[in-house]
Ligand binder design. Structure first.
Ligand code: FCB
Length: 464
């Protein structure tokens, strides 16, 4: 077992306290860490298929083994406990529990029961994500399969109900979808994610079916979960900036806010897709896949909202010089934000997290948990240690941004670092590392990085 030295952190900071009861967490997802893709009856997911498609993932990497967390989970939970982590956001591999999207695989369910009990034994709150992108492959057949199909929301309700009935007595917090924007727009418009489709119009149909799956699952879960269960969704809202004050760039930023943010916020927290969204996407989709009554089904009451944040996005009107198009539209292109970037090429702008949290507080008005935030780097082990000052700096500044949002009225009650372990980073494979703990993928050795020690110290002091 890896042991974290106590009190050895180089923590410095303003000493600014977080409120009592603030939930310090880490987040992860099934396909990125579990491995054991063909064990104990697990069926294939769209990410197994996608990662085995030549050219889809950097280096030809797959999640076949990943961090072998399926076998090493007790050690990984011990690591969390040693850090003092209070909340673990994990996801359930749908095809482990329902190998072909229908019918229950008891062995798969038992894994999550052991995991949840292991968390509770260590005093860690399980925050269970139902869908972090690993759709059973058998639900993605043909051109209209996957999230293009109106049947998939019903299968998602079946899946949610199995987990609610079997684990709802011991899982106090459930978040339905992780970043439905990625599922819809990277999965169906840009093709960077599974199932790798590349037609802008498809993203809107997928987004609607994800919204419907969310709303229906929440309603179904209310019927089986104990009173007090906390239901949420985890969104990666885009903190969008216009590249200039030119009217066309400002219009592009508003367009992106509609198609990337309000396409989820309006139906989930308001009363349906807005007239502006429908007008703004007129050339892209006719919204005929929205049936009477769907919007009412999506607008369910939630208990909290999860915010995932890494960086803001700056956009300009498309046309003129070529640029990277914003997924799902031909009207906006990304523009780089000057200043420091991570190795992912993502700009580091902590104040954008404050702005985003304040916007969510204003638009949604529910308690907020930051369900993901972290920095990807190419960390290396040197004499048994991993020095990652950039990650510490990134986390410290984003936590300061959380405090600032709280001071200005955002009810942020928890924060989860993405992530505990270096893992399979989707289309980037294993090259970019986000963990507080380094993983040697040759022998699965775990080495806590300096940031892990720093985070443990922040948690212990409940202060920056
Ligand atoms: C988010 C994903 C998460 C991880 C981080 C870096 O978009 O939810 O699985 O890949 O990015």
């Amino acid at each position: 077992m890896t042991t974290i030295p106590r009190g050895s952190s180089a923590a410095t900071g303003s000493g600014e306290p977080f409120p009592d009861g603030f939930l310090w967490g880490v987040a992860a997802s099934s396909y990125q860490i579990e491995g054991a893709v063909a064990e104990d009856g697990r069926g294939p997911s769209i990410w197994d298929t996608f990662s085995h498609t030549p050219g889809a993932v950097a280096g030809g990497d797959t999640g076949d083994v990943a961090c072998d967390h399926y076998h090493r989970w007790p050690e990984d939970l011990d690591l969390m406990a040693e850090l003092g982590v209070m909340s673990y956001r994990f996801s359930v591999a749908w095809p482990r529990v329902m190998p072909d999207g229908r019918g229950v695989n008891q062995a798969g369910l038992d894994f999550y029961r052991r995991l949840v009990d292991g968390l509770l034994d260590r005093g860690i709150r399980p925050l269970m994500t139902l869908y972090h992108w690993d759709l059973p492959q058998s639900l993605d057949v043909g051109d209209a399969g996957g999230w293009l199909s109106r049947e998939v929301p019903d299968r998602f309700v079946d899946f949610a109900l199995v987990l609610g009935k079997e684990l709802g007595d011991r899982v106090p917090a459930i978040t339905t979808l992780n970043e439905p924007w990625c599922s819809a727009y990277l999965g169906y418009a840009s093709g960077e994610h599974a199932p790798g489709r590349t037609e802008s119009s498809l993203a809107y149909r997928a987004a609607h079916h994800l919204n419907l799956a969310h709303g229906r699952a929440v309603s179904a879960l209310r019927g089986v979960l104990p009173q007090g269960a906390d239901l949420s969704v985890s969104l990666n809202l885009h903190q969008v900036q216009a590249a200039s004050d030119r009217p066309e760039d400002r219009a592009a930023a508003e367009h992106v806010d509609l198609i990337a943010n309000r396409v989820f916020l309006d139906p989930m927290f308001g009363d349906g897709y807005s007239a502006e969204l429908r007008a703004g996407t007129a050339g892209l989709t006719d919204w005929s896949f929205v049936h009477a009554g769907d919007e009412a089904e999506i607008a369910v009451a939630l208990d909290s909202v999860g915010v995932n944040f890494y960086n803001p996005s700056r956009v300009r009107a498309a046309g003129g010089e070529p640029g990277r198009p914003f997924p799902g539209t031909d009207r906006a292109c990304f523009v780089d934000i000057p200043g420091p970037h991570t190795v992912m090429g993502w700009p580091i702008v902590p104040s954008a997290l404050t702005d985003l949290l304040l916007r969510v507080q204003r638009d949604v008005g529910l308690p907020i948990e930051v369900t993901e935030n972290g920095l990807g780097a190419r960390d290396v082990v040197e004499s048994g240690a991993v020095h990652d000052p950039d990650r510490i700096d990134y986390l410290r500044r984003h936590l300061a941004a959380v405090l600032e949002a709280r001071r200005r009225g955002a009810e942020v009650r928890g924060y989860h670092v993405w992530t505990l372990l270096d893992n399979f980073e989707w289309a980037w494979g294993y090259d970019k590392r986000f963990g507080l703990v380094h993983v040697d993928f040759a022998d699965q050795r775990r080495t806590p990085k300096d940031s892990a020690l720093w985070y443990a110290d922040v948690i212990r002091r409940n202060a920056l």
